[in-house]
Design a protein around this ligand. Structure first.
Ligand code: FES
Length: 292
């Protein structure tokens, strides 16, 4: 799998497919398929249905007198594979190169599995039950290989995970100086640091500075190189937009919001403090002028 990540061989096919998937006229449904409404990708949820149905069919194929039930499960799995595949392709088109390579082979294995299950259903409907079972077990093998690659994508390559999740744990508590107010140009994002955590600062008017974690929750894109759009910061890599006020992911493909820092201005210095939902009273002094 590591060799697969580093092989450029599938890149030309991948580039053509990316363009095709991005051209699909999905509108707002694209974010629905990414799982922005759910807070994490919806593809791993959708694949449970076909995998569960086909696994159950494989068990019933071993039990005498369960042909009809097994056939129904094979058909149900095929019906559920479509939505799962569409969600997967939409996520895949916004991945980084090594993930795209593994994702392409993951998709090829699953397409092979679907084709084998379609052959299995055809054989079962024609009364060729032994052939139907054989195709079914071959299909399950292909789907299992696809699942192994999907696991590599998710757990080894962190595709679909929240790349900003650790920020609230890593950011040191309390207020930290991140810039001089005079150095910040209104409307121009700038990098800073809270402890070791990279942040992006945006001065929105004479007195107000907004501060978000700098690495995008989608794939760790550099938000300091993004552009401002209607009170949001747009990631330069795949276009997710995050509201400056609270880090909310207004558009995907990011499914998780961006960690946000409270800010205040003290004697011309901009200070930032990680905002957490369960923040303890800090007790580190009264709010200074310009706290936002
Ligand atoms: S890294 Fe993909 S939208 Fe930011």
């Amino acid at each position: 799998m590591d060799r697969l990540e580093n092989s450029p061989r599938p890149d030309r096919v991948a580039d053509a497919l990316i363009a095709a998937v991005r051209r699909l006229p999905l509108g707002p449904a694209r974010d629905v398929l990414h799982g922005r409404w759910l807070g994490h990708p919806v593809h791993p949820l959708l694949v449970q249905f076909p995998i569960g149905a086909w696994l159950s069919a494989a068990v019933l194929d071993l039990v005498p007198g369960k042909r009809k039930a097994a056939r129904l499960l094979v058909a149900a799995g095929l019906a559920g594979a479509g939505p799962a595949a569409v969600a997967g392709w939409v996520d895949w088109a916004e991945m980084r190169r090594p993930q795209l390579r593994v994702g392409l082979v993951h998709a090829a294995a699953n397409i092979t599995g679907v084709a084998l299950y379609a052959a299995s259903l055809t054989a079962r409907c024609r009364g060729r039950h032994v052939r139907g079972r054989l195709f079914g077990y071959c299909g399950l093998t292909a789907i299992a290989a696809g699942g192994a690659l999907g696991g590599h994508l998710a757990y080894r390559q962190a595709a679909g995970t929240n790349h900003a999740e650790a920020v609230t744990a890593l950011a040191p508590p309390g207020w930290h100086t991140v810039a001089l107010l005079a150095d910040l140009v209104i409307g121009r994002p700038r990098r800073g640091r809270v402890g070791d955590v990279p942040v992006v600062l945006v001065r929105t008017d004479a007195d107000t500075v907004r501060c978000l974690a700098e690495r995008c929750s989608h794939m760790a894109g550099p938000l300091a190189e993004g552009e401002l759009v209607d009170g949001c910061l747009r990631c330069p890599w795949h276009g997710s937009t995050f509201r400056l006020d609270d880090g909310w992911n207004v558009t995907g493909p990011a499914t998780a919001p961006q960690p946000v820092f409270d800010t205040r201005t003290v004697d011309g210095r901009v200070e930032a403090r990680i905002r957490t939902t369960l923040r303890e009273p800090s007790g580190d002094g009264p709010a200074a002028d310009g706290e936002s």
